[in-house]
Every structure is written in C-alpha cells, then in structure tokens.
Ligand binder design. Structure first.
Ligand code: ATP
Length: 224
C-alpha cells in the first residue's frame, strides 16, 4: 500500500510536484505525462530517493522521511538506463551482487541466480559479459537483479523505452505475471493499457486518475 498526503516536492526552488493526495492499493499502477511533468520524481518519492518538502509519503506503513533505508530494502527500483544499474562483469555475477547482503551460502546464491535468470530467458547468458547484452536483455538483467531480492513493491521508471516491440511485450508479460505491486512510469501506452489504474501528471499536478481507458484518453487529449 502506498499513501501520499498533500505532497509537494521542490527542486531548484520550483515545485515539481504539488497537491498529491493518493491511496494506491492496486497491483498495477501506471504513471504517464509529458516530459518534465514530474513522473520520475513521483517514482523516486516511493522509495525515499526524493523526499516531500511538505506532506507525507507512506509506503508499506512506513514514512519515507523517517524510514527510507528500510523502505529501500522492500521497494525494488528499476531505472530507465540499465547500464547505470549493471555493476558486475558477467550476467550471473551481477545478479549475485544484489544478494551480497543476504548472508546466503554460495550454493544458495547460485540457485537463486540460476532460477531468476532462467525465469526471464537469460539462463544461456549467465557467463556472458553483462555489457555485451542487447538493450532489451540488459533491461531484463536489471529487472532480474531487483526481482531476485523479492521486493514487496517494484517501481520501474520507463522500463521499455530502449526496447523493440518484442522485448517491450516481454517486459509487459513479466510485469503482468509478477505477484507484487508494480508502479510503472512509462510513455508506452500499450503497456499501461493492461494496468489496473493510471495516473496522469501534468506540470507536477495530478490531472487524471482512473482505469487506463479514461486516463489514457485524457492523456491523449492533453498531448493533442
Ligand atoms: N535534481 C533536480 N534538480 C532540479 N530540478 C530537477 C531535478 N530533477 C528533476 N528536476 C525538474 O523537475 C521537473 C520534473 O522532472 P522529472 O524528471 O520528474 O519529469 P518526468 O516527467 O520524469 O520527465 P521525462 O518524461 O522527461 O523523463 C523537470 O522540470 C525537471 O527539470
């Protein structure tokens, strides 16, 4: 559960989000809006990477201002650029690196890594250099490295921006099958069409909020 109460975010002496009051219990939540409308800032609010200047953000019952470290352990964040998230030389090592703080044995780590890579079609690439994967495979690897930690909530900032239609659809299928709550910032309207709820931001304000059909119609009108 995610709850925002009268949230305002200021960056460089400007309100980039304002007046956001939301309760988000749905499993698949999309966020759409023009460039610069505040979507990434909204995503960053959900794990305490951005903090409200006023109002409050509560995630899993915790206030992001007071318990950001705890929240970050339970909210997985997938950034737009997978290269920024890949830190180890090979695919398997990169996923294993995510598990370094879990205190698991080598065999347990190997089992979890093998399992997540095979679930997302990367098993054959386990020993390949991570930076030589295609853009889509890198995006899947970044997702694997977050999912292996079994977060309670997954936040994704434009997860299909770099992808062709086939890989976008693969990520859409992955998202559809995930058991946890997922919040996705995206310009990919095909992806968001299958979600439970879509928020439309414009100049830092929530201008539409509802099922994808009506929210995306509002977004299209805004962009016309
Ligand atoms: N660190 C920062 N310092 C100052 N201003 C910032 C900072 N980060 C973002 N902004 C500003 O806040 C506003 C919202 O940015 P944000 O990245 O949240 O928008 P967005 O909707 O995700 O945009 P896009 O679709 O282009 O990724 C923009 O005007 C941006 O210039």
């Amino acid at each position: 559960m995610i709850e925002l109460k009268d949230v305002r975010v200021r960056l460089a002496e400007r309100d980039v989000l304002d007046g956001l009051t939301l309760t988000l219990p749905e499993r698949r939540i999309g966020v759409v809006g023009a460039n610069g409308s505040g979507k990434s800032t909204f995503a960053r609010l959900l794990n305490g990477l951005a903090l409200p200047a006023s109002g409050s953000v509560r995630v899993l019952g915790m206030d992001t201002r007071r318990e950001a470290a705890k929240i970050r352990r339970r909210v997985g964040f997938v950034f737009t650029d997978p290269d920024a998230q890949i830190v180890m030389p090979t695919v398997a090592e990169d996923v294993a690196f995510s598990l370094r703080r879990k205190g698991l044995s080598k065999a347990e780590v190997n089992e979890l890594v093998t399992d997540v890579l095979s679930r997302y079609g990367l098993a054959g690439h386990a020993d390949h250099p991570a930076h030589q994967l295609s853009g889509g495979q890198k995006q899947l690897l970044a997702l694997c490295s977050v999912l292996v930690l079994e977060p309670d909530i997954l936040v994704m900032d434009e997860p299909t921006t770099l992808l062709d239609l086939r890989n976008s659809r693969q990520v859409a299928r992955v998202i559809a099958e995930l058991p946890q709550q997922v919040v996705v910032v995206s310009h990919d309207l095909e992806l968001l069409a299958g979600f439970d709820r879509v928020l439309v931001l414009d100049q830092g304000k929530l201008v539409a909020d509802g099922p994808p059909a009506s929210a995306l119609a509002c977004y299209r009108e805004l962009m016309a």
